[in-house]
Write a protein that binds this ligand. Sequence first.
Ligand code: FES
Length: 106
Amino acid sequence: STANFIEADGTAHAVDVPDGENLKQAAIDNLVPGIIGDCGGFAECGTCHGYVDEAYVDRLPAPSEDERLMLEGILAPVEANSRLTCQIPMTPQLDGIVVRLPEVQH
Ligand code: FES
C-alpha cells in the first residue's frame, strides 16, 4: 500500500509500505525528512508525529494511553488528527493515506 508524507514545506513523498509495517519505519527506510523516530517506534519519543488527513483518521486504531501522553509533551501544535506514525501499522484500508509533517519533531 502507499503512504504519502508531506513535509512542512509542501514537499510530498509517496512511499510503498508493506501491510503490517508502521508508517514511521517506512518513512525512515525511504529517507523521508521530517520523521525522526528516536525511540525506535515505542511511543516514547514523540519525534514521529504527523497530522493524518481527515479522510483516514477514522480508519486508524484509537491511540493508546502511551501515545496520548506522549503527544501532550511535543512542541508542535497538537491537533485532533495528530498521531505518532510509529503507532500506525499499514493496512489495505489505509492505502493512499496522507500524513502532513510538522515543522519540528521534539
Ligand atoms: Fe518514538 Fe514514534 S518513534 S514515538
